[in-house]
Design a protein around this ligand. Structure first.
Ligand SMILES: NC(=O)c1ccc[n+]([C@@H]2O[C@H](COP(=O)([O-])OP(=O)(O)OC[C@H]3O[C@@H](n4cnc5c(N)ncnc54)[C@H](OP(=O)(O)O)[C@@H]3O)[C@@H](O)[C@H]2O)c1
Length: 147
């Protein structure tokens, strides 16, 4: 909750419900009851989520965003593989990649597959299952199975 804004700050006003990520590692003070930070450090907290949920988003969300959007520049129709797709970073990466229009494939243990389908993932792979084929084929055998 915004307590007070500095001179010239127009994007927030006292009473606004916000969340954000303070600059780190030095002096972040993330356990403090009150912090002072530049106004653009914070964005509005959607009313659908509480402060605990909102506080979990910035670092994991930024990690997923930087990988998919800033670095990989995922485009509509591309196929994206997300390892640990049901994890803290992974489940956000799935949603960002879907939002960018990608065909999204994720690895996760079987118990998490339904959760991932609920996020709109296109394909899930159980990383605990042995890869198929499970034994070594000769090159000729592989040719005949893929022909
Ligand atoms: N969280 C952050 O803000 C953050 C920031 C920067 C970097 N990172 C890095 O990003 C990685 C993931 O972090 P996280 O916070 O998302 O972790 P997390 O929430 O603990 O999730 C880890 C996931 O890894 C999966 N997993 C374990 N072994 C696997 C394997 N062999 N193949 C595929 N998936 C496997 C598990 O999937 P199942 O549950 O389906 O078994 C689990 O859901 C870590 O290396 C972390 O250091 C995280």
């Amino acid at each position: 909750m915004v307590e007070k804004v500095g001179l010239g700050v127009t994007i927030h006003k006292p009473g606004d419900e916000v969340f954000g990520m303070l600059r780190y590692p030095s002096g972040a003070g993330s356990h403090a009851e009150y912090v002072v930070a530049p106004a653009r450090t914070f964005v509005f907290k959607p009313p659908e989520i509480d402060h605990v949920q909102a506080a979990a988003l910035p670092l994991a969300g930024l990690t997923a965003w930087q990988a998919l959007v800033d670095t990989a520049q995922v485009k509509h129709g591309q196929r994206v593989l997300i390892h640990a797709a049901a994890g803290g970073v992974g489940h956000l990466a799935v949603q960002i990649a879907k939002h960018m229009g990608a065909h999204v494939i994720g690895t996760a243990s079987a118990a998490k597959h339904e959760f991932l389908r609920g996020l709109g993932i296109d394909e899930v792979i159980d990383y605990r299952e042995p890869p198929v084929p499970t034994h070594h084929h000769s090159t000729d055998e592989l040719r005949s199975t893929t022909a």
